[in-house]
Design a protein around this ligand. Structure first.
Ligand code: PLP
Length: 380
């Protein structure tokens, strides 16, 4: 099946009992055995569930992977990937990761003996230099949240292979429509399915996709042992959202390109970051590695924080909200919202200034989005 067909169909067959075209929502905790040792493939929903299994098969097919494992959130997917490691192990992470991820690394996992170095993974040499004897994992976000830095995955896979490291990629911003990291030799692809994959602000969820049987076995064990699993209803809602992923992403990327060009030309805007702009520092890598640039933009105003806040407080169509990747256009202030837990000096060092505005371009008519930004910018 070609990609668009896989999105709609993979893993989904009509229900054998009723012919229902959508998979039933198996809201059950447990399954009745015919006799001791004789079940129908399911014994307890923390371990596996038929609705979740359909979602996992669909996600694996879309990413071009053998196995997918779903979690209750993107964060629990990250946490479970890190549980492949042991106390004393060292992780090299992209410096510009989602604030919840660095909070988890620094304030939870560090307590259990893992250590972390943050480097600009857009520079493979910087990654190479950060490797220590105890390094076990490279954790890359591409494009990053919120500065949209892009990492060359083939270069990362070379480094990981050479040094025997796991290579994990948070591909939430790119989605499998535009980037399939497994094709570059990545071991673990992670998504916050809360975002583009479900697409309608309807659930919190996460997933990990891999081609490696050893990683799958271990993560399946972690999933059933820790139990950070999504509800069957959330799996079903995610499946419903996924069916239009390819169509939504095409609109997100076309509209974001238009909005980015509009902002870049605006006299009050000092800097626009979007991987689809020729001015983006890794535009060439993005162009060669991704088939579209997705829907996320960040920008700064010449008037700094005050002007940025005026825009965010004056938008009418765009929602001031803490998420991204949904059909609605959402605007966010990373310094006080998504990345509030990153210490101020660290934010400044990363270029994540207090004046930065993040925009998740939705699938409304793009001229309405531009008109809304225009009236808000007038007030800045
Ligand atoms: C890039 C990225 N990774 C992971 C997460 C965490 O996902 P969740 O909110 O589903 O736990 C987010 C959330 O914003 C994110 O943007």
């Amino acid at each position: 099946m070609k990609f668009d067909t896989r999105v709609v169909r993979a893993g989904i067959t009509p229900d054998p009992t009723t012919g229902s075209i959508l998979p039933p929502i198996y809201e059950t905790a447990t399954y009745v055995l015919e006799e001791i040792g004789k079940d129908k493939g399911f014994d307890y929903t923390r371990s596996s569930n038929p609705t979740r299994q359909v979602l996992e098969q669909n996600l694996a097919a879309i990413e071009g992977g053998e196995y997918a494992i779903c979690f209750a959130s993107g964060m629990s997917a990250v946490d479970s990937a890190m549980k492949l490691l042991s106390a004393g192990d060292h992780v090299i992470s992209s410096d510009d990761v989602y604030g919840g991820v660095s909070r988890h690394f620094n304030r939870v996992l560090a307590r259990y003996g893992l250590t972390f170095s943050y480097v600009n993974s857009s520079e493979p040499e910087a990654v190479r230099k950060a490797i220590r004897p105890e390094t076990k994992m490279l954790w890359v976000e591409t494009p990053t949240n919120p500065l949209l830095k892009v990492t060359d995955l083939a270069a990362m896979a070379d480094i990981a292979k050479q040094h025997g490291l796991y290579l994990g990629v948070d591909s939430t911003f790119a989605t499998p429509v535009f980037l399939r990291p497994l094709e570059y030799g990545v071991d673990i692809v992670m998504h916050s399915t809360t975002k583009y994959l479900s697409g309608h602000n309807q659930i919190i969820g996460g997933a990990v996709i891999t081609n490696r049987q050893d990683i799958y076995d271990e993560m399946k064990f972690i999933q059933k042992t820790i139990g950070a699993v999504p509800s069957p209803f959330d799996c079903w809602l995610t499946l419903l959202g996924l069916k239009t992923l390819h169509l939504r992403m095409q609109r997100h990327t076309v509209s974001a390109q238009r909005v980015a060009a509009y902002l870049e030309d605006h006299p009050k805007v000092s800097r626009v970051t979007y991987p689809g702009l020729a001015s983006h520092p890794q535009h060439e890598i993005a162009k060669s590695q991704m088939s579209g640039f997705s829907g996320m933009i960040s920008f700064e105003l010449k008037g700094g924080i005050a002007a940025g806040k005026a825009v965010m407080n004056n938008v009418k169509l765009c929602d001031l909200a803490e998420s991204l990747g949904a059909v609605e256009t959402m605007i966010t202030h990373p310094a006080t919202m998504t990345h509030a837990d990153v210490p101020a000096e660290e934010r400044e060092a990363r270029g994540l200034t207090d004046g930065l505005v993040r925009l998740s371009v939705g699938i409304e008519d793009v001229e309405d989005i531009v008109a809304d930004l225009e009236q808000a910018l007038d007030k800045a």
